[in-house]
Ligand binder design. Structure first.
Ligand code: SF4
Ligand code: SF4
Length: 134
């Protein structure tokens, strides 16, 4: 009998620890995301970039507070409904498809990632989530 297909929620459940929102990883924001988040914050894109972003590699990334957490982290993501794609897709990211070892490496910093999963299940779930977030 065929087994049920594995679902992304079977291999990852966010523990809301905030570890991935800490450190200068560079959460890039696209122009569209800047407009969306600025609207959510009732400001305009120029003000948003000036007050909430730093420039890295010539592109805006979300700023960090003194505690090195993302400026929008406050025990939870304060812009959850409009957070950038980079944050929405984690940990279902392209680099896992390039090398599934990255799934295990990422699990070292993210307690929500399950490691008792086959490479083929990881690939299936990452592919599904990436397709959803195109
Ligand atoms: S590190 Fe993982 S478990 Fe913790 S908040 Fe980020 S995604 Fe969730
Ligand atoms: S936008 Fe939200 S999810 Fe993304 S790094 Fe900042 S606090 Fe974390």
């Amino acid at each position: 009998m065929p087994s049920n297909p594995v679902e992304p929620s079977d291999i990852f459940k966010c523990q809301q620890c905030g570890d991935c929102c800490m450190g200068f990883g560079g959460t890039f924001v696209t122009e569209k995301e800047i407009k969306t988040i600025a609207g959510y914050l009732n400001t305009d894109p120029g003000n948003f970039v000036e007050n909430y972003c730093q420039i890295s590699g010539g592109k805006p990334v979300l700023s960090q507070g003194k505690d090195t957490y993302c400026i929008f982290w406050d025990e939870l993501c304060t812009i959850h409904t409009v957070k950038p794609r980079m944050c929405r897709t984690w940990p279902f990211i392209q680099s896992v498809l390039v090398d599934t070892d990255n799934w295990q490496i990422m699990a070292g910093i993210c307690p929500g990632i399950h490691t008792d999963v086959s490479d083929s299940d990881v690939i299936e779930c990452v592919s599904k989530e990436l397709a959803k977030n195109l």
